[in-house]
Design a protein around this ligand. Structure first.
Ligand SMILES: NC(=O)c1ccc[n+]([C@@H]2O[C@H](COP(=O)([O-])OP(=O)(O)OC[C@H]3O[C@@H](n4cnc5c(N)ncnc54)[C@H](OP(=O)(O)O)[C@@H]3O)[C@@H](O)[C@H]2O)c1
Length: 324
């Protein structure tokens, strides 16, 4: 059996944790039997090593600040015929165009794309899905929303045919952490620094604070779970400021909500009061959680105490393993 060739775009917090998890055999799966990493890129270099690059070598080269120490430096990304699976753990571009153009080549050539990067799917969902359909290349995007908390794959595998009436969730940890620290009397700038230090803030944390990250995810949720073809540019969304006021007996959260009302699907990404009788109220400040309301049955609530780059990288790894 020939091993599937993997190229990794982005060796930052998620990319490095992905390599660490492969190296440490965190999953109950023999990675080397099925896959071979043949290259990687960061913002400065692209490297290739057709015989296979070990996660150890790639990690230490990245830590030394010279990716090229792990392979031969090249000027361009590999052609789709040189790769079977493209992993996108790169920084989200504002308009998603750079990533979408790369996905286009790979998906149309029948190659798989696994991504934790939201921007291409939030901006170009219809195009990306059409490339996938036309070229028969898989696009897997579990960790674009809620990081490592299972959502899309779980719905796909365990709720076959279920009509979802509403999704609501904490999909951006940073903003909800900041809101909770502020409610407890802390300062917004200090909470942002905590989020950067612990690695759960976006590289450009303004994407979190302005609500852009949560808005991108809301679009992906709507398109994936409710069958819409929305684009980020059509969504009015809210972010947080240091002047937010809190009321006694309730919390404030930036929630992503998608609601099915008759034939209409309504997407929102805004701050609202969360009262004591709601599941979200009792969560810790670093929790990620969502509630699904399917038709004809009680609501499903899924939560975890923390989600950062480690959890996200495990979501990416799970998508890769699904392609074995
Ligand atoms: N961190 C999380 O918990 C989390 C959760 C869910 C989703 N995500 C998403 O996952 C992606 C990666 O997140 P992260 O936290 O790992 O970000 P990060 O630490 O900033 O790493 C981003 C990586 O992308 C590289 N990069 C930037 N521009 C590039 C380009 N044009 N071509 C190739 N590589 C490029 C960077 O290169 P340099 O190393 O040279 O800077 C870096 O290695 C982002 O899209 C993020 O939104 C992250």
């Amino acid at each position: 059996m020939s091993k599937k060739r993997i190229f990794i775009l982005g060796v930052g917090a998620v990319g490095k944790n992905l390599l660490l998890n492969i190296k440490n055999n965190t999953m109950n799966f023999n990675f080397d039997e099925h896959f071979r990493i043949i290259g990687a890129a960061d913002s400065r270099s692209i490297i290739l090593g057709e015989e296979g690059i070990s996660p150890e070598n790639l990690l230490s080269a990245k830590m030394e600040g010279a990716l090229e120490n792990a392979g031969s430096k090249t000027a361009r990304l590999p052609n789709p015929d040189e790769v079977d699976i493209l992993i996108d753990a790169s920084t989200a571009s504002k308009d998603g165009l750079r990533e979408t153009n790369i996905y286009k080549d790979f998906l149309l050539a029948g190659k798989s794309v696994v991504t934790s990067n939201k921007s291409p799917l939030a901006n170009f969902w219809p195009e990306v899905m059409n490339f996938s359909k036309e070229g028969k290349g898989n696009i897997l995007y579990e960790s674009t929303v809620c990081g490592g908390l299972p959502l899309f794959n779980m719905v796909r595998s365990s709720l076959h045919g279920m009509k979802i009436m509403q999704f609501s969730g904490i999909v951006n940890l940073t903003t909800n952490y900041i809101l909770e620290i502020m409610r407890r009397g802390g300062r917004m700038d200090e909470a942002i620094q905590d989020a950067i230090r612990e690695g759960f803030a976006e590289t450009d944390y303004s994407d979190d604070v302005t609500g852009l990250d949560s808005a991108r995810k809301s679009i992906i949720i709507s398109n994936s779970l409710f069958g819409t073809e929305f684009r980020l540019r059509n969504l009015k969304y809210e972010g947080i400021t240091s002047s937010i006021e809190f009321e006694n007996g309730s919390r404030k959260m930036l929630l992503s909500t998608v609601t099915r009302r008759d034939d209409e699907i309504i997407v929102e990404s805004r701050i609202r009061n969360v009262n004591k009788n709601e599941n979200f109220y009792n969560l810790g400040p670093k929790s990620m959680a969502y509630e699904l309301k399917p038709s004809g049955r009680s609501a499903i609530f899924v939560s975890e105490d923390f989600d950062g780059p480690v959890e996200t990288s495990l979501g990416v790894l799970s998508d890769i393993i699904a392609l074995a």
